[in-house]
Write a protein that binds this ligand. Structure first.
Ligand code: ATP
Ligand code: MG
Length: 378
């Protein structure tokens, strides 16, 4: 009877599919007045609960009373149920359990299949989006409130005071510039993120690009009386990249160095060749170093170019280092006047380039930011 054989084959395949499904699936059964028992749990379920599930009481796997209750109720009434819960541990996870009744089993006991969906990442993304919106609105609201305040003053108290008017208009212009920059940076960040998964394919001469950027900020460095010295290793080759985005990287790092270096100070921008990932992320000095972004080492490039921006500014205390590339993060007490988006932009561009980002700094000892990028194919 070929049909039966086929069905048996299909049954075995279904069993295997169930076993290999990435979502945890358990089969629960229970008769009238008995504590429900797990009849089967697929591999994912066994890993999540760290239990040999077959034959275990349901309570051994799902310990949260409200989850247990919802599933017991669904089992007893042969109805569907959906319940969200959190597991605690080294890494808390958010789950949603979907219970669906099946036909009663051979012994007449009620049966229920429970599928668990891991919603941790979705939750985290949702949370980040909400935080981001709150931060962005807050950053825009501050200069906006100040602008509105000055408009009011100009209309009333300062109406006939030309000197005050000039002063207030100056501040208003500054606030408007700040808002425009914030919006530009936000748009820039969202554009970078939009194609972050598509690696760039152009060829960029970094030494040349550094020169262009440092030439362009000469008026600023002269005004701040800091010097910028550039130096490139002979072995440095072109990198695979998007020139405009790499300009943004260099600009943001040099900008920070200039901003935080006291008058008379010196900033060095260096380019070194590195033959391997390990060589590229080797520390450049003693002190506290931290990787803010590492490329996937499974896709190691045949060589890297390391760009370092080294300053003699106030340095950054250790506890701030891990958070520097978060959007809107600024070290407290430092009145940078910036929006805290610069290093977030740097990180996303470097990530798109399959490169890495490192910071080495300590209070009172200046800072070194290093970016390493894969070299272009010959
Ligand atoms: N070279 C540096 N020396 C000391 N502190 C730094 C340096 N670079 C960055 N920081 C600290 O890291 C924070 C984040 O830098 P980031 O470039 O992201 O923002 P920002 O410079 O404040 O603003 P933006 O770049 O948006 O104008 C800064 O506010 C500053 O506190
Ligand atoms: Mg900055």
């Amino acid at each position: 009877m070929p049909e039966v054989a086929d069905r048996a084959g299909a049954g075995a395949a279904a069993q295997m599919i169930l076993e290999l499904l990435p979502e945890p699936v358990i089969l629960v059964q229970g008769g009238e007045g008995e504590a429900p028992e797990i009849a089967y749990g697929n591999q994912a379920a066994r890993e999540v609960f760290r239990l040999e599930l077959a034959g275990a009481p349901l309570g051994a796997a799902l310990r949260r009373p409200e989850v247990l209750e919802a599933i017991e109720e669904a089992l007893a009434t042969a109805t569907s149920a959906e319940v969200a819960f959190e597991t605690i541990g080294v890494q808390p996870r958010f789950w949603r359990a979907f219970a669906r009744p099946l036909e009663p089993g051979p012994t007449g006991a009620n049966q229920l299949v429970v599928v668990l969906r891991d919603e941790t990442d979705a939750r985290r993304t949702e949370r980040m989006r909400a935080d981001f919106l709150a931060n962005a609105s807050h950053e825009l609201r501050t200069p906006l409130a100040s602008l509105a305040g000055f408009v009011e003053t100009l209309r009333t108290h300062a109406k006939d005071d030309p000197e005050a008017r000039e002063k207030f208009l100056g501040i208003m212009a500054q606030q408007a510039t700040r808002m425009a920059r914030l919006v530009d940076d936000l748009l820039s960040l969202s554009r970078i993120e939009l194609n972050e998964h598509i690696a760039p394919s152009g060829k960029v001469d970094l030494a040349r690009t550094i020169q262009d950027v440092t030439d362009a900020i000469r008026p600023l460095t002269e005004e701040r009386r800091v010097s910028v010295v550039t130096q490139a290793d002979d072995g440095v080759r072109s990198v695979t990249g998007d020139r405009d985005q790499l300009v943004q990287v260099i600009q943001n790092l040099v900008d920070n160095a200039v901003k935080y270096t006291p008058a008379g100070g010196r900033i060095r921008v260096r380019l070194d060749a590195a033959a391997s990932l390990d060589a590229a992320r080797a520390p450049s000095r003693t002190g506290v170093g931290l990787s803010l972004l590492s490329p996937d080492s499974a896709h190691e490039a045949p060589g890297y170019v390391v760009l370092r921006v080294i300053d003699e500014g106030p340095g950054i205390a250790r506890q701030h280092l891990p958070r520097l590339s978060e959007r809107f993060y600024r070290v407290e007490g430092q009145r940078s006047g910036g929006t805290g988006l610069g290093l977030a932009i740097v990180k996303h561009v470097v990530n798109r380039h399959r490169g890495g980002l490192m910071v080495e700094s300590a209070e009172g000892e200046g800072s070194t930011f290093s970016v390493y990028l894969p070299v272009a194919a010959a």
